[in-house]
Design a protein. Structure first.
Length: 190
């Protein structure tokens, strides 16, 4: 770490110094004396962790190898359902087993996956069509129920009106009959 609080690695500082022939910070261009470098422990630790992480990633990218023979795992033993090396394939343990190259196995599984996917796509399409049909039927039933409700309400209203009219007619007829009977009786009473 420089006095200006910028962080640089020593090799970059030397390279920059050789190019410019000056002792200045490559970031802020402030001059510095070479003896005032300070080590930043957190950056050193972080750098060490990154280097270790890069090694781990490279190890993981390495192709898998047989534990017995340290050979690359190439064929797939269908009986044991595992990758084996060419030496294992020729051994007594796997001699009678059916072994396939990985590429061929991948193609087989890819074909199976594609077949399964096609089948599922067809089923999904059929289910979606059934769902659409069911939604249409639900919509039709709701529409019919609404129409029937309107019709029932109209018919019941008509019946109420008919009954109200009948009631008025009966009451009028009753009054008329009452008057027809009572009028002569009132005359007689007078």
């Amino acid at each position: 770490m420089l006095e200006c609080r910028q962080h640089c690695c020593r090799s970059r500082m030397r390279w920059f110094g050789e190019r410019t022939k000056e002792k200045i910070c490559p970031e802020c261009r402030e001059e510095f004396p070479e003896t005032n470098f300070r080590c930043c422990r957190s950056l050193v630790n972080l750098t060490a962790k990154l280097r270790k992480l890069n090694l781990t990633v490279k190890e993981k990218q390495r192709k898998p190898r047989c534990e017995k023979h340290e050979e690359e795992l190439k064929p797939f033993c269908e009986n044991d359902k595992e990758l084996i090396c060419l030496v294992c394939r020729d051994s007594r343990e796997h001699k009678e087993h059916r072994c396939l190259p990985v590429k061929e196995l991948v193609q087989i599984y890819e074909d199976q996956r594609k077949s399964s996917l096609d089948s599922l796509t067809e089923k999904k399409s059929a289910y979606l069509e059934m769902e659409l049909n069911q939604k249409l039927k639900i919509s039709e039933v709701k529409e019919q129920a609404s129409s029937l409700q309107t019709h029932i309400t109209a018919e019941v209203t008509k019946m109420h009106q008919f009954l109200a009219d009948k009631e008025q007619r009966f009451l009028r007829d009753l009054r008329e009959e009452e008057e027809r009977i009572v009028e002569p009786m009132v005359k007689n009473l007078r």
